[in-house]
Design a protein. Structure first.
Length: 340
């Protein structure tokens, strides 16, 4: 299978500053870099688009906050975009419900997570959401891109066959100068936005840990926290390959993640079992014992995560390789790791 016929790509991007929009900007930047013309269309509460005269027409200017946040990716956000049979429209899963409005061109869904599809509908995985899901998965010409092996397997279980691997990559703000040893302080940081109930229960039962919830920090602030605090714990539900564990690992933290969904998939998070915990582990004292051991012997625990850190450092190379392969673009004559 190949996407080489599509020499123009248009990606619909939510107007937020989170992992999903950053991945979308990374893809647009990569495609333009390898010679495939790629534009973005911002979609949000006040950003709409209409189709007229063979063109996508943005009804309002692009969101200034998103443009500023991802300026490094040099996004192309024109007011009008001609669309024809050689154009591929890509929707992140949270906007997948829009796909039925577009025919006469290629249409794809990029599954950056699973949960966001249902969240965008205002429903969990129940009967109402399943009706929309069947409509999306039942479209015969719809192309499916997956960010994680977990998403790939989820789609396969539901009969999807036209699948393309397309991961994202950890920002070079974290990978350009990776840590060479574990961070000095035995303190902990943890995801304050996902898995907060389990995190609250765990730290209430274990007040001996100096733990900082991460919410609302800039990249620079996150990097400084990870470089100072030795351990990062993620209690989240892992609907895809979440970014914080990867950013923490290459910045100097020893990472522990919740064994759930993508977090339970070794291909997505190649960590030894020691560093993956269940809810029962968090509540029984098993996780507390593992964290204490990592605080006491950081060198051994850091060494055990070398494979994971190496994978993160090569994500950008893999991402560009995937884009070239899918769009039929020859690799450069002198391969190198763009992350370094």
């Amino acid at each position: 299978m190949s996407l080489a016929r599509y020499r123009q790509v248009v990606i619909f991007c939510p107007t937020g500053v989170t992992g999903g929009p950053e991945a979308i900007h990374q893809l647009s930047h990569a495609l333009n870099a390898i010679g495939v013309r790629c534009s973005l269309v911002h979609i949000g509460p006040t950003n709409t688009v209409r189709v007229a005269g063979g063109k996508l027409i943005a009804m309002e200017p692009p969101h200034p906050g998103v443009l500023q946040a991802y300026a490094e990716y040099a996004p192309q956000v024109p007011a009008e975009i001609p669309v024809d049979a050689n154009t591929l429209l890509i929707f992140p899963e949270g906007l997948a419900w829009l796909q039925h409005r577009f025919v006469g061109c290629g249409v794809a869904v990029w599954w950056l997570s699973i949960d966001n599809f249902f969240r965008a509908l205002g429903a969990d995985d129940d009967e109402d959401a399943d009706v929309v899901l069947r409509r999306v998965l039942g479209r015969a010409d719809l192309i499916h891109l997956h960010q994680s092996v977990y998403a790939r397997d989820w789609l396969r279980e539901r009969g999807v066959e036209q699948l393309y691997d397309l991961a994202d990559y950890t920002s070079t703000a974290f990978t350009a100068a990776p840590a060479r040893s574990p961070s000095p302080s035995p303190a902990i940081s943890y995801n304050g936005a996902k898995g907060s109930d389990l995190a609250a229960d765990f730290f209430a039962a274990n007040p001996q840990f100096d733990a900082l919830p991460l919410r609302g920090y800039s990249r620079g602030e996150l990097r400084a926290i990870f470089r100072a605090r030795r351990i990062y714990v993620d209690f989240g539900h892992f609907p895809g390959k979440d970014r914080l564990p990867r950013e923490a690992a290459v910045s100097g933290s020893v990472v522990f993640i919740h064994r759930h969904a993508s977090g339970d998939c070794y291909d997505d998070f190649p960590l030894p079992d020691l560093f993956k915990f269940t809810r029962e582990d968090a509540l029984s004292g098993a996780l507390a014992s593992r964290l204490a051991a990592a605080q006491a012997d950081p060198a051994r625990h850091w060494a055990a995560q070398e494979t994971f850190r190496d994978r993160v450092l090569w994500e950008k190379t893999q991402f560009y390789d995937q884009a070239r392969r899918h769009w039929g673009v020859a690799p450069p004559t002198s391969p190198s790791n763009p992350a370094r």
